[in-house]
Design a protein around this ligand. Structure first.
Ligand code: HSE
Length: 431
């Protein structure tokens, strides 16, 4: 039997989940894999506070393995594998580097630290022969990292579209199903512990953008940095737009989209309308799903729990078993660099359909003048809906375009006379 000693960096929600899973599954892991996993050291910010928190959760983490010094974990000669659950970029990335430099395999669920320090972490792992595993960093328990690194390695992936943030999917689902506004649903989600007290990273799309930079790099076999991801969040989405979109056949999701055509790459995170029948449109609540298209695999979708202590713990413990069993870590096939792959040409002029809502004065000739602005930029209208005057006397005009260039749509809106209309909302529509 192989003894495997683990060190934890952090022991909050996810760390507690991993502790619980390893305790409950210990004997089965011995039987199935011949590995005896033991947690030897646990880094916490404050020992008395950690003891109280663990007691509250019924976790029997012994006092003597807790430490407030990271070096006690990353430098312990008897620790084989360091699992990082601290979150945030620093000091998590620095501690992981220390562990790797000391020849310890690192397992992380931390998309921020990974997306911003991937090249350095992988280089350190390769230099010392340690392993770097990160299945739980994107999509929680959904095995998308393994699928891209192994099963689809021989394919040519040209599109990845994902719901990879559970908080925003939960908020948008509630807004859609109940016709309620963003602020109200967010407040309720925070009370239920389903959204963070500071929800910015989730609702403004940063969390999804970090994850997309990892997915796009793996899918397209070249580094796509976080800085290249165009980003819009959901905080200015109104119940009115969700309702109008629904009437026109669409469901709203915060999508992370990566496309590659030749060397031209687009990476973007923004609210997106999808036809009701699209498989991603039916992924509700806090679930995550990742839709992949490749030259040979065609369409496929992976779905599951993208967050939560036990689903995330399941993915982390899967990495622990692989690493402890001596499997080769999944290093991507491309040269993992700090900078973007120089062969990629990033564009912000993608082609898609658009939902455009304007407030407009209700007079003869207004529609003709607006249509002329679209036509001037060769943007073709697929459908249009007018809602009668609200109390300010303006009507709501909603246009859905045929596939059009982003920059052309922006120019068309720029041509519109501010005296007859005001842009209320532009939402991209995918198919
Ligand atoms: N905050 C993330 C979410 C989970 O809401 O999906 C961790 O990545």
């Amino acid at each position: 039997m192989k003894q495997v000693s683990i060190g934890f960096l952090g022991c909050g929600n996810i760390g507690g989940g991993v502790w619980r899973l390893l305790s409950e599954m210990h004997d089965e892991l011995v039987l199935r894999h011949g590995i005896d996993v033991c947690v030897r050291r646990v880094l916490v910010k404050d020992i008395p506070e950690a003891l109280a928190l663990n007691a509250g959760k019924g976790l029997d983490v012994p006092r003597e393995i807790l430490t407030e010094k990271a070096g006690d974990v990353t430098g312990d000669p008897q620790v084989d594998i360091v699992c990082e659950f601290m979150g945030g970029e620093q000091p998590a990335a620095r501690f992981m580097l220390d562990a790797l430099e000391n020849g310890k395999t690192v397992i992380t669920a931390n998309k921020v630290a990974l997306a911003l320090n991937w090249a350095q972490l992988q280089a350190a792992a390769e230099r010392t022969g340690a392993g770097l595993w990160y299945e739980a960093s994107v999509g929680g328990v959904i095995p998308v990292i393994r699928v891209l690194n192994t099963n689809l390695e021989a394919d040519r992936i040209d599109r990845v579209m994902g719901i990879i943030n559970g908080t925003t999917n939960y908020i948008l689902t509630r807004m859609s199903q109940e016709g309620r506004d963003y602020a109200e649903v967010l407040e309720e989600a925070q009370k239920l512990g389903l959204a963070e007290p500071n929800p910015e990273a989730d609702v403004e799309g940063m969390d999804a953008a970090y994850k997309l930079s990892i997915l796009a790099s793996l899918a397209f076999h070249g580094r796509v940095t976080y800085q290249k991801v165009y980003r819009e969040g959901i905080s200015s989405i109104s119940a009115m737009d969700i309702a109008f979109g629904r009437e026109m056949g669409y469901t709203l999701k915060l999508l992370a989209i990566a496309k590659k055509d030749g060397n031209v790459v687009e990476v973007r995170v923004h609210p997106t309308f999808l036809p009701h029948a699209h498989p991603l449109a039916r992924v509700d609540g806090s679930l995550n799903a990742i839709f992949i298209h490749g030259a040979y695999c065609r369409d496929m979708m992976l779905q599951g729990r993208g967050a939560g202590d036990m689903p995330t713990a399941s993915a982390i413990c899967g990495d622990i078993v692989s690493a402890a069993s001596g499997d080769r870590p999944f290093y991507p096939s491309f040269r993992n660099t700090v900078e973007d792959d120089p062969s990629f040409e990033f564009t912000n002029d993608w082609t898609t359909r658009y939902y455009i809502r304007l407030s407009a004065v209700d007079e003869a000739g207004v529609l003709t003048r607006l249509a002329a602005c679209f036509s001037q930029e060769n943007v073709s209208i697929a459908s249009m809906m007018q809602k009668t005057a609200a109390k300010d006397g303006l009507v709501q005009l909603v246009f859905i375009t045929h596939p059009a260039s982003e920059q052309a749509v922006r120019r068309a809106i720029g041509h519109m006379d501010g005296k007859i209309c005001r842009l209320e909302r532009m939402i991209r529509v995918e198919e």
